[in-house]
Design a protein around this ligand. Structure first.
Ligand code: ADP
Ligand SMILES: Cc1cn([C@H]2C[C@H](O)[C@@H](COP(=O)(O)O)O2)c(=O)[nH]c1=O
Length: 216
C-alpha cells in the first residue's frame, strides 16, 4: 500500500538530509522520484541540506495543482515512482490534499518533510493538513538541542539573538545567523515560552543581578 508520510521536526534536525538519503537509496535501485520543494535557502528549484548535499527539484508555485502536475507528467510517458516534498510547511492545504490523492489514485508513496510550527508555535497551514491526512507521522531520530541541553521542540525567530514574536509567518532564513540579521534558533518549550535564547541566557548570566553578592 502506498503511503503519505510526514517527516516532521524542528529546523536543523536533518529533514532535508533524510529526504536526500531516501532519494539516493531509491535512485540507486533504478527508481525515479518527483521532487518538489518551496523556498529552499539554496534558491529556486533546489533541495539542499546543511551537510552540503543539494539536488534539483520542482519549485512549487502558489495554487499549483500537484496532482494535475503528476498526471500530466505521467501521461507524457515520463516516469515518477515516488514523490518527495521538502519544505512542505510552505505548501497550501489544498496542495496537501492533492498529494494525498497522488497516494490514493496514482498509487505513489509521498514523503513530505517540514517543520510543524512557526516561530510563534502555531501550526503552518500545510503542516496542519499533513497532520490531518498523513498515514504516518515520523519524528526525526536525531534530536536538535536547546542551548540548555534539552531536546529542542520549538523554533524561535531571532534578531540579533533576541527572540521576536511579531512578523510574517514566512521568512526564509537559517540558524546561526550573524548579529543583526533575522535568524532562527531551536529551543525547548520551557525556553521558547520564556523567550530565553542562548544570547539572552548568556546576558542574564552576566547581569549584575545574578552575580554573587559580595559580603565584604
Ligand atoms: N558540520 C556538520 N557536521 C556534522 N553534522 C552536521 C554539520 N552541519 C550540520 N549537520 C547536521 O545536519 C543537520 C541539519 O540537516 P538539514 O537536513 O539541513 O536539516 P533540516 O532540513 O531539518 O533543517 C544538523 O542537525 C546536524 O545533525
Ligand atoms: C520557524 C519558521 C521558519 N521559517 C522558515 C525558515 C527556513 O527557511 C524554513 C525551515 O527550513 P529548515 O530546512 O527546516 O531549516 O522555514 C519560516 O518561514 N517561518 C517560521 O516561523
Amino acid at each position: 500500500m502506498s503511503e503519505l508520510v510526514f517527516f516532521s521536526g524542528t529546523m536543523d534536525c536533518g529533514k532535508s538530509t533524510l529526504a536526500l538519503q531516501i532519494e539516493h537509496n531509491r535512485s540507486a535501485r533504478g527508481l525515479i522520484g518527483m521532487i518538489f520543494t518551496r523556498n529552499d535557502r539554496a534558491g529556486q528549484g533546489k533541495l539542499s541540506s546543511r551537510l552540503g548535499l543539494v539536488t534539483d527539484a520542482v519549485e512549487v508555485e502558489d495554487d499549483q495543482d500537484l496532482y494535475a502536475y503528476l498526471v500530466e507528467h505521467l501521461s507524457q510517458g515520463r516516469r515518477a515512482d515516488y514523490v518527495i516534498a521538502d519544505e512542505a510547511q510552505f505548501l497550501g492545504p489544498g496542495q496537501i490534499d492533492q498529494l494525498a490523492r497522488v497516494v490514493d489514485d496514482l498509487g505513489l508513496d509521498v514523503y513530505a518533510f517540514g517543520i510543524t510550527t512557526d516561530f510563534r508555535s502555531k501550526l503552518f497551514p500545510g503542516s496542519q493538513r499533513l497532520v490531518e491526512l498523513a498515514d504516518r507521522i515520523e519524528v526525526l531520530q536525531v534530536e536538535a538541542l536547546c542551548w540548555c541541553g534539552a531536546r529542542a521542540t520549538h523554533n524561535a525567530r531571532t534578531i540579533g539573538g533576541e527572540m521576536v514574536v511579531e512578523g510574517a509567518q514566512v521568512v526564509v532564513g537559517d540558524v546561526n545567523q550573524s548579529a543583526g540579521e533575522v535568524g532562527y534558533e531551536v529551543l525547548c518549550r520551557r525556553h521558547h515560552r520564556r523567550r530565553m535564547t542562548a544570547a539572552a541566557a548568556r546576558a542574564a548570566a552576566l547581569s549584575p543581578d545574578v552575580l554573587p553578592v559580595s559580603t565584604t
